[in-house]
Design a protein around this ligand. Structure first.
Ligand SMILES: [Fe+2]
Length: 396
């Protein structure tokens, strides 16, 4: 006799994998596909936001897609790698047996930009700090090693902020854009440079927030992107949002084929994770201070774009007129919850491009990758805002 319970799990077994792969959109953006920048409009600049690419093999499909996109965009493009550039513990010392592998992962991202002359910026994530691997030699030394390797690759390459400092660091981009870089891992990192005697321009959390606030004030109304590895608004597990799949099929988090129903164990793992306030999650006090500080500050600066990785999925949130982009699925893909503050979420591998057109419109485009090189498509596209001065100039 087939029990109801078995039938329930069987249904979930077939339906959840299907549901998990589909992008989700808030009802208010139904028909978003029809919204496009005017066909004849000239692209003035493009900023590629690529998160958590640190497991690219040479020839990875996503690496190829980035390469081909860069060949199509104007010289006024920028590439930003949003941290977790090298799994598992950043760029190790040459004496460590994993050195070749860690260098290989970094090289895959560097090679993706070969022949491209615009700015290429790498920022740190928890893995670049070797944060979760106490047994591995690393930390600040691995971070600085990556900084040197990136800067050595070419005069248009930089790793920011430098020296393990928290930032904010300003980088002027082509065509009047400003990039403000934060090391958000610094907020939860043990052994971070801080306090009296520290060589960082902002040696405390309060100093970081104050400096960011004055930079945003200086650049108010201008084309500004703030980047940090950690999301502020987050529908993923780091943000404390778990899907039915996380509760019932917890092993799929480790291997996407392990659809074994373990409902009690799944919920137990989630409860434990919330309790320990892991440093990668928003329950951690340092992460909480960072997210609260940024939320409170950014809402005074509408149209600022804040882009992060960390979550291996794609998300867009609009809060108080601020554009919150999560784009951390360049190398891996994982679950994300629908709803909450999000307007769009997707579990595919992908990356994001912020595009400015000659008519002053600034758009965001989420590009996802299928199993074959030709299988790439725009998963979501949205007008972020129109630069008032450019729009007015065109009308006259
Ligand atoms: Fe991360």
């Amino acid at each position: 006799m087939f029990s109801h319970r078995r039938a329930f799990y069987l249904l979930l077994f077939f339906l959840l994998p299907l549901a998990a792969c589909r992008p989700w959109y808030a009802k208010r953006v139904n028909g978003w596909e029809e919204n496009k920048p005017p066909l004849d409009e000239t692209l003035r600049s493009a900023t590629y936001l690529i998160g958590d690419a640190g497991k690219w093999e040479q020839g990875d499909l996503m690496q190829q897609t980035v390469q081909s996109q860069l060949h199509q965009t104007p010289d006024s493009a920028t590439v930003v790698y949003l941290g977790d550039n090298i799994y598992e513990w950043g760029l190790t010392d040459t004496a460590v047996k994993d050195y070749a592998k860690t260098k290989y992962y970094l090289d895959a991202q560097l090679h993706a930009t070969d022949g491209f002359n615009g700015p290429v910026v790498f920022i740190p994530g928890n893995h670049d700090w070797a944060a979760s691997y106490k047994e591995a030699p690393g930390g600040l030394a691995n971070l600085k090693r990556q900084e040197v390797a990136v800067a050595k690759y070419g005069s248009n390459y930089s790793f920011l902020p430098t020296n393990g400092c928290p930032g904010p660091t300003v980088k002027k981009l082509p065509n009047g854009w400003t990039l403000i870089v934060l090391d958000t891992q610094w907020w939860v990192q043990t052994g971070r440079p801080e306090g009296v005697g520290c060589k960082c321009p902002q040696p405390t959390e309060q100093a970081v927030l104050r400096a960011l606030d004055s930079l945003l004030q200086i650049h108010k109304g201008q084309k500004t992107i703030v980047v940090g590895h950690h999301p502020v608004y987050d529908n993923g597990t780091h943000g404390g949002h778990f899907t039915l799949r996380d509760h019932i099929f917890p092993l799929t988090a480790f291997n996407k084929y392990l659809w074994i129903p373990l409902p009690l164990i799944g919920s137990g793992i989630i409860a434990g994770r919330m309790m320990i306030k892991h440093f990668t999650d928003q329950t951690h006090p340092g992460y909480k201070r960072l997210a609260t500080g940024l939320k409170t500050m950014l809402k005074r600066y509408p149209n600022v774009i804040y882009a992060a990785g960390h979550e291996h999925n794609l998300q867009y949130h609009n809060r108080d007129g601020v554009h919150y982009i999560v784009t951390g699925s360049a190398a891996k893909a994982s679950g994300v919850s629908q709803g909450h503050t999000a307007e769009y979420v997707d579990t595919h591998r992908g990356f994001t491009v912020v595009k400015e057109y000659a008519n002053g419109q600034v758009w965001v485009e989420y590009l996802i990758q299928g199993k074959y090189p030709s299988e790439k498509r725009v998963s979501y596209r949205r007008l972020l805002y129109t630069i008032p001065s450019q729009a007015a100039a065109i009308r006259h």
